[in-house]
Each structure stands twice: as structure tokens, then as C-alpha cells.
Design a protein around this ligand. Structure first.
Ligand SMILES: C[S@@+](CC[C@H](N)C(=O)[O-])C[C@H]1O[C@@H](n2cnc3c(N)ncnc32)[C@H](O)[C@@H]1O
Ligand code: SF4
Length: 417
């Protein structure tokens, strides 16, 4: 049985944060029931693939999953449970993202009773002036209340999201945020560097000069500071943006970086199955207007059929050859779009690219086991260059980023695109 992760997207928020371009909508909560009905149809339509897989993780993300009625979260999990054996469900890592100010103790109890065992809370910063500046709806005090509720309900595996590279954020602010969060002792801390996304308020404010971003050197200094400070406090830096106590890596994300398969449900949810990368429509109306029948017409079996047709159309039967479909991607298929059909070569490159996000890097033995080839030989040209530039090091069984490579990870990934 092959392993599979499940991602569920809940696209509702109270207010759009200024930096965020995740697919989520403010003031659309009236659609929650219809949305959940369709999520359940979509899950039912993929029953076959769920039943024949060993599901190890379920991740409910957003948006703000905690703003919808918790009974809907329970219903969605029940739908998944029907396709899983009891043991798998009990052992799975089941995460939900919650926002301070958009969750209460009753909802948290429902999550716990439904088998959710990991809570991810978006904090971003402990300074109220920064929170306001980036359009968050909550204060540090709201976060504290939520954190205490999460503990009181009995959750042990908690993640806190922070951000750096924000306008007006100082090293002292970062130190204060880290001190306050470390004091709470969450098992996991994610620290994201701001990405200025197109068509966000953040972009508008920066372009108009209202907000000023830190320069590159300042941003790197913030990143190094976070790394050193968290490591000093017994958090393992295990991926570019992620830190955890021992044995508390995020399994769901780690599986994605290890190129394991996952299936996404809900609008904009991405999937990776059999070397095919596809995603659902980003249009809430389209998703909501889909009928139960529509969902069952476009299930995985049909998708596989479509891929076969595409491959035949290209007369490229040798799995090592490159499909020349680039100009045709993405290909629409019902509510889905296929972005990529990987051949073995692109799978190997992507495995390196994803693996090098992790601080342990790519395990040479695992690469050999998966692809039957030695990555040191296969990528000798790329690796020689990266090692020469001191961006990557080879250490016994690992090919991994150096400290310099961590700062310049983009240059490393470019070699494997
Ligand atoms: C998918 S969001 C949803 C989490 C939840 N709704 C919240 O806001 O607390 C997950 C995390 O991504 C990070 N994030 C979102 N947009 C970002 C951006 N443009 N640049 C860097 N980090 C971002 C934030 O730290 C956020 O907590
Ligand atoms: S960061 Fe979270 S709360 Fe803010 S808009 Fe994005 S998904 Fe919604």
C-alpha cells in the first residue's frame, strides 16, 4: 500500500491580511455549508484512491479553518474516516490551522474529539503595532488566550507561525517575539520570511512608499538571528523555515519535501499522485456550483485516463523522454488543472530540489533506493559547481546546504529546475 497525505483547504478568513495571497475570502462565510457539502462529495468521489492508500497525515489548512462551524470540520473528518482503517486514523498526524481571535474552547474540544492531534497557530509577531501594520485581526493578548485554550483542551503538539522581513520589524522585536514564544514551549515554530506577493495591499503600500522593507542584508541578519537563537534554545532547525523540538517535525510537510504523494480537497488544493501535479479550481463559485455528479465524473481514475491519453498523444512511451507539453500546461480537467506530468528525469531533479530544503538534505541511500541511481554521479556537474561555491556539502550519506547555501538557497535550487 502506498503512503498518501491528505490536504483539505478551507478558504474563509475574517479579513485578508495585507501580505497574504493564499486563496481565501473575507465575508463569504455564508457559503460554508455548501462548500463543506461539496468537499464531502469530492472526498467520496476519491474513495477508491483513499481506500487503497496508507494515509499518514491529514492537514486542514486555509484560509482560516477555525472560523467555520466546528461541526463541519468534524463532518469532513468523518467522511475521510470512512475510507481509512481505524488504526491508520488513530496513528495519523492530523493538523488544523487556527487563528487567534477566530477559535474558542468549544471548537477546540470538537477538534480533539474528532481526532485532531496537532494545532498550528498563526501569530506572526508579538508586537501589536506590527500585527496592526500587516492587517492581522488579533493582538498578542488574543494569541495568549488561544494558546492557553489549546493547552487546556489537552493538545500537546502545537506549532506557532512567525514572520520576519516585515516593514518596521527590528531585531529587538524579533528577540522579544522569540523569547515570548519559547517561554510557551511549543513543539514546533515556523518562521517565514515575508514574500511580497502581487496584488496584495503589502505590495501596494511598498510601491507607494508607505511601507519600507528591510534591505537584503538586514533580512539575512534576521534569519541568522532566528536560527541561532532557536537552536540555542533546543529547537532543531530542520527545514529552511521550520524548527522543532526533537521528534516533532511536521510530518505532513516533511512528506511533501520527500516527494511523497498527497491529495488535496477543496478549492486551490494541490495534489501529487503518480508523478502528476494537479490542483483544483481557485474559483469559489465554480467549486460551489459543482454537483455531486460532477465530482464523481472527475475522479482519479478519469484523471489517470486523461494522462494516458495525453501521453499517447505525444507518442512518448519511453519514461525517460521529456513530454513536450509545456506550452499546453495547465490542462483543465473538470475542476482540476494538470500542471505537470513528470518523467523520471524531472522526478529526480525535483527530489533534489525539495530535499535540499531540509537541513539534513538528500540522503544518498534514500535516493538510490527510490531511483536505483547514485545522485553523486547523476548530478556530478551540478554538485561539483555547488560544492566549489561552498553552497552545498557532501557529508557521509547526506547532500546538504552549507550555512552559506541556506542564505542563498535559490541559487542551489536553480541547478535542479
Ligand atoms: C496559509 S497561512 C494560514 C494560517 C492562518 N490562516 C493564519 O494566518 O494564522 C500559513 C502561514 O503562512 C505565512 N504566510 C502567509 N503569507 C505569507 C507571505 N506572503 N510571506 C511569508 N509568509 C506568509 C504566515 O506565517 C501564515 O501563518
Ligand atoms: S494569513 Fe491566514 S488569516 Fe491572514 S489572510 Fe492569509 S490565510 Fe487568512
Amino acid at each position: 500500500m502506498k503512503e498518501l497525505g491528505i490536504y483539505i483547504h478551507i478558504p474563509f478568513c475574517i479579513q485578508k491580511c495585507y501580505y497574504c495571497d493564499f486563496i481565501s475570502f473575507a465575508n463569504k462565510l455564508e457559503y460554508q455549508k455548501k462548500y463543506i457539502d461539496n468537499l464531502k462529495y469530492e472526498i467520496q468521489a476519491q474513495k477508491n484512491i483513499l481506500e487503497k492508500s496508507h494515509i499518514t497525515t491529514i492537514y486542514i489548512g486555509g484560509g482560516t479553518p477555525s472560523i467555520i462551524d466546528s461541526k463541519y470540520i468534524v463532518e469532513v473528518l468523518n467522511e475521510i474516516k470512512k475510507c481509512m482503517n481505524v488504526e491508520d486514523y488513530r496513528n495519523a498526524e492530523i493538523t488544523i490551522e487556527v487563528n487567534p481571535g477566530a477559535v474558542d474552547i468549544e471548537k477546540l474540544k470538537d477538534y480533539k474529539n474528532a481526532g485532531i492531534n496537532r494545532i498550528s497557530i498563526g501569530l506572526q509577531s508579538t508586537q501589536d503595532r506590527i500585527l496592526k501594520k500587516i492587517g492581522r485581526i488579533h493582538t498578542w493578548e488574543d494569541f495568549n488566550k488561544t494558546y492557553q485554550d489549546v493547552i487546556d483542551v489537552g493538545f500537546e503538539n502545537i506549532n506557532v507561525d512567525l514572520m520576519i522581513g516585515l516593514p518596521e520589524l527590528t531585531i529587538n522585536d524579533i528577540k522579544e517575539s522569540l523569547d515570548k514564544v519559547i517561554k510557551l514551549s511549543p513543539k514546533h515554530i515556523s518562521v517565514y520570511s515575508l514574500i511580497v506577493e502581487e496584488n496584495t495591499k503589502m505590495e501596494e503600500f511598498i510601491e507607494s512608499g508607505k511601507y519600507i522593507l528591510p534591505d537584503e542584508e538586514q533580512e539575512r541578519m534576521e534569519y541568522r538571528y532566528v536560527k541561532d537563537y532557536l537552536e540555542l534554545n533546543n529547537y532543531e532547525h530542520y527545514e529552511i523555515s521550520n524548527f522543532s523540538k526533537k521528534n516533532y517535525h511536521s510530518k505532513h510537510n516533511e512528506n511533501c519535501w520527500k516527494q511523497k504523494e498527497y491529495i488535496g480537497f477543496g478549492i486551490a488544493a494541490h495534489s501529487y499522485i503518480d508523478g502528476i501535479r494537479f490542483s483544483n479550481t481557485e474559483n469559489l463559485n465554480n467549486y460551489i456550483q459543482f454537483s455531486e455528479e460532477d465530482f464523481s465524473r472527475f475522479n482519479m481514475e478519469n484523471l489517470e485516463e486523461m494522462v494516458k491519453l495525453l501521453q499517447e498523444k505525444n507518442h512518448k512511451e519511453n519514461e525517460n523522454s521529456n513530454y513536450e507539453l509545456d506550452e499546453e500546461f495547465p490542462i483543465s480537467f473538470g475542476i482540476r488543472k494538470v500542471h505537470e506530468i513528470q518523467n523520471l528525469d524531472s522526478q529526480k531533479k525535483e527530489y533534489m530540489l525539495l530535499g535540499l530544503r531540509m537541513l539534513d538534505g538528500v540522503l544518498i541511500s534514500e535516493f538510490k533506493m527510490k531511483f536505483g541511481e547514485n545522485p553523486l554521479y547523476l548530478f556530478r556537474k551540478e554538485l561539483a559547481k555547488l560544492v566549489d561555491e561552498n553552497l552545498v556539502e557532501v557529508d557521509l550519506d547526506n547532500i546538504k546546504l552549507t550555512r552559506k547555501g541556506l542564505d542563498l538557497a535559490n541559487l542551489v535550487w536553480e541547478e535542479f529546475v
